[in-house]
Ligand binder design. Structure first.
Ligand code: FDA
Length: 393
């Protein structure tokens, strides 16, 4: 079979690239070894797909080259994707901070992308593995379950390593290496953190206890959002966000009361209810079981009148700067994204084309560009897919 463009991976980036190229009149074939297109889209956002974030800027992404994502993000914005969603009459809502979710189901986003593919004459083949790819005289030749495919352009849109059960593989990284590209070390991102030994024992029975707002910090990076204790460690949006910046050995701190000056609040409580015990007072600031555990482990609980100003000041300071000793992450099994990947130094930031092999493109999560939690990763998939789709073939 001869095509202008062979896209490997029928996920977010691959389908967007295919649509854009198909609309330019290119003959496009998308192959995916999974039995369905867009499996990660289907499971995303708790089944409602947080498909973009209206506040997307390059600062919301991690990459060895923080400038790389700028061009593609500027040329395909959240508003472009919203226009597509509205064209297909998919209802959506803003959850928080610019995060847009489907009202009904992620299935509608996959349906929309496949309908756009069909309208643009794109052929999408699922359950179609690619055995090998080689450079041919004019483009590329790929051995697939459909037979040999000759293509002028090859687009690698195989995503990252997270959730192997959903079809994730390292095939894109292998192809990158095969064609002489560097692949920066990969690791799980947007992932719960685990604790071990005494650090785990201290809090594991708090599993299920949640703080609506905490601020997790590593170095200068901080995220203010919910925090959740789990059997194995900690999770919740603030922890998922900071997990992308945390590496084993890093000092992770959490402000358990970012919206209230804890020392001042405790001093006011001492004046208002001097006979109340600290653990009961703290239970008005923090979840009760956490307040009790902190008093068992760190702060001796006495009636408030027995604390000196300086002692309350110190308790307040600790509540704003609570150290969490994490031992690792839950890994790719539960991670939303993969950090690292195909080195951007060897790709064009405007087209995603390889600087080494003309006609070869890398888009989406396989590239060393990783977004924060909140719709940024799909926006990168749409934008990088669109950038390549405008020039492939
Ligand atoms: P994607 O993973 O979508 O697609 C890659 C495709 O390549 C897959 O279909 C796969 O089967 C295929 N493939 C892999 N190896 C292959 C091979 N050897 N041969 C053929 N095909 C192969 N982001 C966001 O912005 N908002 C959200 O709400 C969420 N929610 C979310 C929930 C969960 C549970 C996860 C795991 C992830 C998210 N994400 C997210 C992240 C988001 O899903 C992710 O960043 C994008 O899907 C990346 O798009 P890609 O097209 O690059 O890869």
């Amino acid at each position: 079979m001869n095509v202008d463009v062979l896209v490997i991976g029928a996920g977010a980036a691959g389908l967007m690239c295919a649509i854009t190229a198909g609309q330019r009149g290119k003959r496009v074939l998308v192959v995916d070894h999974a039995n369905k297109a867009g499996k990660k889209i289907l499971m995303s956002g708790g089944g409602r797909c947080n498909f973009t974030n209206t506040g997307t800027t390059p600062a919301n992404f991690l990459s060895a080259n923080p400038h790389f994502a700028k061009s593609a993000l500027a040329r395909y914005t959240p508003w472009d994707f919203i226009a597509l969603v509205e064209k297909h009459r998919i209802r959506y809502h803003e959850k928080e901070l610019g995060q847009l979710f489907c009202d009904e189901s992620s299935k509608l986003i996959v349906r929309m992308l496949l309908d756009e593919c069909a309208a643009a004459g794109v052929q999408v083949e699922t359950g179609c593995a690619v055995q090998r790819v080689r450079k041919a005289e004019h483009g590329f030749s790929a051995a697939t379950a459909l037979g040999e495919v000759q293509a002028t352009s090859l687009v690698v849109a195989t995503g990252g390593l997270s959730i192997p059960a959903m079809g994730a593989t390292g095939f894109g990284y292998e192809l990158a290496r095969q064609f002489g590209h560097s692949v920066l070390p990969t690791r799980a991102g947007l992932v719960p953190l685990t604790q071990s030994g005494k650090h785990q024992e201290r809090y594991s029975d708090l599993a299920g206890v949640a703080l609506p707002v905490a601020e997790a910090r590593v170095g200068k990076q901080g995220f203010r959002a919910g925090l959740l204790f789990t059997h194995r460690g900690i999770s919740g949006p603030s922890i998922l966000q900071i997990s992308s910046y945390w590496q084993p050995g890093d000092d992770l701190r959490v402000d358990l009361s970012p919206d209230v000056d804890a020392a001042g609040w405790l001093a006011a409580q001492r004046a208002a209810r001097p006979a109340a015990e600290l653990k009961n007072v703290l239970a008005d600031l923090l979840p009760k079981r956490l307040a009790q555990r902190l008093c068992e482990l760190w702060f001796e609980s006495r009636p408030m009148r027995q604390y000196r100003e300086a002692e309350l000041g110190e308790i307040g300071r600790q509540l704003h700067d609570w150290p969490i000793v994490a031992s690792g992450t839950e890994g790719y099994r539960t991670a939303e994204v993969t950090l690292g990947g195909v080195d951007t130094d060897e790709l064009s930031s405007s087209t995603m084309e390889s600087r080494r092999v003309p006609g070869l493109y890398f888009i989406g999560e396989v590239v060393d560009v990783t977004g924060w939690l909140g719709g940024y990763n799909f926006q990168w998939a749409w934008a990088s897919g669109h950038a390549a789709g405008e020039v492939v073939g």
